[in-house]
Write a protein that binds this ligand. Structure first.
Ligand code: ZN
Length: 284
């Protein structure tokens, strides 16, 4: 569920962390593709995959030797993959071709292989890219929401921040809280209702069963996962002052997240309530 993790899965093939994730969830070991193919059903994986949707929309490949980026299905000329800009459907067997497959070391671009399916304006843009087949360095994905090209979860979130001023104000508060960036990312997802619960999976026809795996029968909604499930309820009962519990457990999801995130009160020696609330939410 961590945006940074998703990004590393895209950019770094060799970290231990990546290996663990790949071995655990993925069937193919081939960069981004594993993320669309993998079908884990754990809560963590489902959310990880939905952050990935954000990540995937926000990078382009910087072409070097052309051996890593896929010509049709990775973004490298523009922010969208060429397959989406093609005038006709691309043959399935070509979808996995790399950029280098369309480059001749002596002649440059093999334009004849794609000119009949691409608009001429795009062909001009392709021609402006040079491939260096002898380069040792692979094509590199560049995060395009920051000036440095380095990934940050905050830029990922800001690109999708809700426009309503209430939410914006609350979001600014979240941003100032002293919590790790991955926690902020998680809060953003909860605020936007982006956690992939079984209720949402059922709505999307991904499952017939929307019930919580812990408490059979009850639908696994956001509110259920994060507040009302028997297990999470026990955690909250321990940390929410008893005089506030009735209010805490009796409001709808949006009000619940917003009011707690906006609550600056200091108390019980735990520092700022909002930070504390968010950290507990994260550990749940
Ligand atoms: Zn439950």
């Amino acid at each position: 569920m961590l945006a940074k993790g998703s990004w590393r899965l895209v950019t770094d093939d060799h970290t231990l962390w990546t290996e663990v994730i790949k071995n655990k969830y993925a069937r193919s070991r081939d960069g981004l593709e594993i993320l669309t193919k993998a079908k884990g059903s754990s809560f963590a994986w489902r959310n990880f995959a939905s952050v990935l949707d954000v990540v995937k929309k926000c990078y382009v490949f910087n072409i070097s030797n052309g051996r890593r980026a896929k010509f049709w299905t990775d973004p490298w000329v523009l922010q969208v993959p060429l397959a989406e800009l093609a005038i006709t459907k691309i043959d399935a067997d070509k979808l996995h071709s790399r950029v280098a497959d369309y480059w001749d070391a002596d002649q440059g671009w093999k334009v004849e292989e794609f000119e009949s399916v691409m608009p001429s304006s795009i062909i001009t843009k392709i021609r402006a890219v040079m491939v260096d087949p002898l380069a040792a360095e692979d094509d590199r994905p560049i995060w395009n929401l920051t000036s440095t090209g380095k990934f940050t979860a905050s830029s990922a979130c800001r690109s999708l921040v809700p426009q309503s001023s209430d939410q914006q104000t609350i979001w600014q508060k979240v941003w100032k809280l002293q919590v790790p960036e991955r926690v902020r990312m998680f809060i953003w997802m909860t605020m936007k209702g982006k956690l992939t619960t079984n209720a949402i999976r059922k709505y999307r026809h991904l499952t017939h069963d929307d019930s919580c795996p812990e408490c059979e029968g009850l639908p696994e909604t956001h509110l259920h996962c994060l507040r009302d499930c028997e297990i999470t309820k026990r955690v909250w009962r321990n940390v929410v002052p008893s005089e506030s519990q009735s209010e805490f457990f009796n409001c709808n999801y949006e009000t619940w997240v917003m009011s707690n995130v906006a609550n600056d009160s200091q108390g019980n020696g735990r520092g700022n309530w909002a930070s504390y609330f968010i950290l507990v939410l994260w550990y749940i």
